[in-house]
Design a protein around this ligand. Structure first.
Ligand code: AMP
Length: 486
């Protein structure tokens, strides 16, 4: 079998962490609710956004680079006819922007039209692409999503949607939550390990699929349930009902723990767990494992807020204070191209509130340390503002390895904890003390077994076979035999 390849930081294709929406309505254009749904998922991707609709006769699409509010004008939405739609927001990657990778991917072929939006990352894209290229498929982008779409289109030539998806799923290896639209039929698929989230919601006049339940709330809908790992959900064209097909039997779970820790919105419910409560529980566990009595505990806004609130609730005599003010107009510091730019950006983004810091011992709580830039700059800022001591508490274990499943983490040599002990990291960020949360506590707070979580970025032990990476876990080999299924 061909294993996945380590994503390079200068490639735009492989490191995707996105948000997907799919909507079928009874008697109303689906483009506007899809737009609102994407708005609710904006945190999952800021590089590009796209909506594809179908009016029963033909497909319409509008895709562009930038935020949802920038990509679509009122006229663009009005031109997207049809009661079926899928939408996508794409995460920025270190290699910069590439319009060719904007999604949903669209294809027109003998068996109709197809559109596909993907959240996640396959680890066998090269083998799949090579097999399809041999059969004459030409790819205009290097994204794995285009490969899935082509594979599906090929299967749709002689199978119905369920059969075609089943054949394609047998060949996919990696993380994926997909919304697809074949003509005007909208469907959703979740990978057999349940690595990426996908949830079904009910609206007054239809059904919605979304990466996170916050999108369903935004549309005034109700959560029906999560799409199960390995399941295909096909929405009726009028959005009145859905059919579910368990196409792959999961033999284990590998839910991404980082969705709970950082990526998902705190107001989303993933697999039955409200992310905010999970983060508060992570904070409580952090106090239990590594609490330190200081004058104040303060979050790194916004990512550390729920953690700090849980931590402080569990502590007896530690005051909660907002010690850092966020400039909400500064974008994400994580994706800045150079270290210098990242350091400057942290200071543009966060400024201390002197009165809550001066002369105090401070505990600073955040969800994670990746490169260590944020923690280093903030410890320095708090000291400049007069903090007597700064103790850093992190609601996740040290990130020591790259992610191949779709979270845009730094490369291994950029990860501060990859080669250093906790004390070396503490010294590097300049803190008086530093503690992370244990893997066991993370699983307990999420309410699951550790074995059912993907913690590859912490352990270097991945649920998939990745070239150059060892794994102790059982991996399943996909079927990639160029001419099967046609
Ligand atoms: P760093 O400064 O590189 O250590 O990054 C850590 C900060 O970035 C923390 O405040 C996190 O909340 C945030 N963060 C962690 N992972 C990611 C990610 N994949 N994308 C964007 N931001 C992240």
């Amino acid at each position: 079998m061909t294993a996945g390849r380590a994503p390079k930081r200068d490639q735009t294709g492989p490191t995707e962490k996105c948000g997907v929406v799919g909507i079928s309505l009874e008697d109303r254009a689906a483009a506007l609710p899809t737009y609102y749904g994407l708005y609710a998922l904006q945190h999952r991707g800021q590089e590009s956004a796209g909506i594809v609709t179908h009016d029963g006769f033909q497909q319409h699409d509008h895709l562009g680079m930038g935020l949802v509010g920038e990509v679509f004008s009122e006229d663009d939405i009005a031109a997207l006819n049809g009661e079926s739609a899928i939408g996508h927001v794409r995460y920025p990657t270190a290699g910069g922007v590439d319009a060719a990778n904007a999604q949903p991917v669209t294809l027109s072929f003998e068996a109709g039209s197809l559109a596909l939006g993907h959240n996640g990352n396959l680890v066998n894209t090269d083998a799949l692409r090579a097999a399809l290229s041999e059969q004459g498929h030409a790819f205009s982008s290097d994204a794995d999503s285009a490969v899935i779409a082509h594979d599906l289109a090929r299967n749709l030539l002689d199978e119905d949607l369920v059969g075609a998806v089943e054949s394609t799923m047998e060949r996919l290896h990696g993380a994926y939550a997909l919304t697809i639209m074949h003509d005007d039929t909208v469907a959703g698929i979740r990978d057999p390990e349940g690595n990426r989230p996908l949830v079904i919601g009910e609206l007054e006049d239809g059904l919605v699929l979304a990466s996170e339940s916050a999108a369903i709330d935004t549309l005034g809908g109700e959560i029906v349930r999560d799409v199960r790992p390995g399941e295909l959900v096909v929405l009726a064209e009028d959005g009145s009902d859905f059919d579910a097909y368990q196409l792959q039997e999961p033999d284990r779970r590998a839910s991404c723990f980082f969705e709970y820790v950082y990526f998902a919105r705190p107001d989303s419910v993933i697999d039955g767990e409200l992310v905010y409560e999970t983060r508060r529980e992570l904070g409580r566990q952090l106090w239990a494992e590594a609490g330190v009595e200081t004058d104040v505990v303060m979050p790194v806004p916004d990512s550390g807020r729920a953690f700090a609130s849980g931590y402080q609730a569990a502590a007896e005599d530690v005051e909660f204070a907002e010690g850092l003010m966020k400039n909400r107009y500064v974008g994400r510091t994580f994706i800045m191209p150079t270290q210098e730019a990242r350091e400057q950006a942290v200071r543009l983004k966060l400024n201390p509130i002197r009165s809550t810091v001066e002369g105090k011992s401070v505990t600073l709580v955040d969800d994670s340390i990746v490169r260590g830039t944020t923690a280093h700059e903030l410890v320095e800022l708090l000291r400049e503002a007069g903090a007597e001591s700064v103790h850093v508490r992190i609601g996740a274990p040290p990130i020591t390895a790259p992610c191949y499943m779709g979270i845009d983490m730094a490369a291994r040599d950029e990860l501060i904890a990859a080669e250093q002990t906790v004390d070396e990291t503490r010294a590097a960020i300049g803190a008086d003390s530093l503690a992370y949360l244990s893997q066991e506590a993370v699983a307990e707070a999420i309410g699951t077994e550790q074995a059912d979580l993907c913690m590859g970025c912490v352990t270097g032990d991945y649920p998939y076979d990745i070239e150059g990476e060892a794994t102790d876990r059982p991996v399943t080999a996909p079927r990639i035999d160029g001419d099967s299924g046609t």
